[in-house]
Write a protein that binds this ligand. Structure first.
Ligand SMILES: [Zn+2]
Length: 197
């Protein structure tokens, strides 16, 4: 029987997505083997993220303060809002280097079978942002999956009565593929070639 502390570490690693029992044990033994400073660096990074990172109060991107870096950047065009499912999708679009507007992060997608309805997402806040004025175009950049498309359709209906143009990314991204894995060039093309919803 290994020590109680080691067992606990293995159990914690095993809770991570994609980590089975064997991998959890390998990671735990890795932690035991490396220098104390290196292992504590990991512990500190986890603590920092949980204590300092929250959601931007405007767009729900990850932020270290009240507002994220993108919302705080006055060089960006506030008349353009790009709607994404998760902060990692925002990151993928940022890396395409082609987008200069702001974002709205839904923190998920509508998934009726899993019980995820509109109230679990940030759709109301998005509608309020648009209603407040100053937004010319809302670009739907949800993933090209059944649920992503359904989410985009639902939102476009919510925005139908407001004086804003709703567009969606061009279908350069293969249907079913996920935004965060699409390459920069494809994402840049999808942005430039966006179409009326
Ligand atoms: Zn923000």
């Amino acid at each position: 029987m290994i020590s109680e502390s080691v067992t606990r570490l293995v159990d914690e690693f095993a809770k991570l997505p994609g980590i089975g029992k064997k991998s959890a044990e390998r990671l735990a033994y890795h932690v035991l083997r490396v220098a104390k400073s290196e292992a504590l660096g990991l512990a500190d990074a986890i603590r920092d993220v949980k204590e300092n990172v929250r959601h931007c109060r405007t767009c729900f991107n990850l932020a270290e303060g009240e507002q994220c870096e993108i919302c705080s950047d006055s060089r960006r065009d506030p008349a353009l809002l790009c709607v994404v499912e998760q902060p990692r999708d925002l990151l993928a679009l940022e890396q395409s280097g082609r987008y200069r507007g702001l974002y709205h992060v839904l923190l998920g997608r509508l998934a009726p079978l899993e019980g995820t309805g509109p109230e679990q997402l940030t759709i109301d806040a998005l509608v309020e942002r648009v209603r407040a004025g100053g937004v010319r175009e809302v670009i739907m950049a949800t993933n090209p999956t059944l649920e992503g498309d359904g989410t985009a359709l639902y939102i476009s209906n919510q925005l139908a009565d407001l004086p804003v143009e709703v567009t969606r990314l061009a279908r350069g991204i293969t249907s079913g593929s996920v935004l965060e894995f699409a390459n920069k060039e494809i994402l840049a093309d999808a942005l430039v070639g966006r179409q009326k919803f």
